[in-house]
Design a protein around this ligand. Structure first.
Ligand code: 13P
Length: 253
């Protein structure tokens, strides 16, 4: 089964609307065809309206970095899947470890958000990953299996392949210290087996799994060469147009 690579930049809390606009203008005509690679940038909410319009007609897809699971209501400060769908956003990152660590995101809210995103035709980029403690304590399998199983609860089999899973070991995020390609592959393979346990092998073979954590143009090819790694979720190295385009180049061959 050949799966199409997906490279997503996660800008996190970076870039004003003007800076986001300038980035998209700089890259949009150079983004490769979606026949070869799916190319995505995830931006703060305030920039989404502008850059969805900027990217229209190009090969660049736009993601939000979070979403609430309710359609509307008394949830001060939150943004609903209806609003993102209305803007024309394509993807949404769900359950990033920074949201789990700093904003009380739980496996339960992650699951609700995955279901809400799918219900509103937003493609989830759902993040999993173990801490250094969990890895060194030999608990990574249990942690990953639990995160994956809970996130997919209630997702119908025909929709499961639309979910992109991003494996981001917490110890490799923003540290400059990426996982080795072998470690990343071992975990991504384990994620695919876990999904096969839930939906069967055929569905699991269709799910795209990204690696994230200090990915850069210099190492993206090493990760993509692995059997179960289908893309990258990239923080720091996605902030500059040249670097983002170099990552997309790395996914071409
Ligand atoms: P870095 O690429 O900066 O390590 O960030 C990874 C990440 O968290 C992407 O979501």
């Amino acid at each position: 089964m050949s799966r199409k690579p997906i490279i997503a930049g996660n800008w996190k809390m970076n870039k004003t609307v003007k800076e986001a606009h300038e980035f998209v203008e700089a890259v949009k005509d150079k983004v490769p065809s979606p026949d070869i690679v799916d190319s995505v940038v995830a931006a703060p909410f305030v920039a989404l309206d502008r850059i969805v319009a900027d990217a229209k007609g190009s090969n660049l897809k736009i993601a939000a970095e979070n979403v609430h699971f309710e359609e509307s209501g008394a949830y001060t400060g939150e943004v609903s899947p209806v609003m993102l769908q209305d803007l024309g956003v394509d993807y949404v990152i769900i359950g990033h470890s920074e949201r789990r660590a700093y904003f009380a995101e739980t496996d339960d809210t992650v699951n609700k958000k995955v279901l809400a995103a799918l219900a509103h035709h937003l493609l989830p980029i759902f993040c999993v990953g173990e801490s250094l403690d969990e890895r060194e304590g030999g608990r990574w399998q249990a942690v990953i299996k639990n995160q994956v199983t809970k996130a997919f609860a209630g997702v119908p089999a025909d929709q499961a392949p639309s979910v992109v899973v991003a494996y981001e070991p917490i110890w490799a995020i923003g540290t400059g210290k990426s996982a080795t390609a072998e470690i990343a592959e071992e975990v991504c393979h384990f994620i695919r087996e876990t999904i096969a346990g839930l939906y069967g092998k055929d569905a699991a073979e269709k799910v795209r799994i990204q690696y994230g954590g200090s990915v850069k143009p210099a190492n993206i090819k090493d990760f993509l060469a692995q059997a179960d790694i289908d893309g990258g979720l990239v923080g720091g190295a996605s902030l500059q147009p040249e670097s983002f385009l170099a990552l997309l180049d790395g996914a071409k061959a």
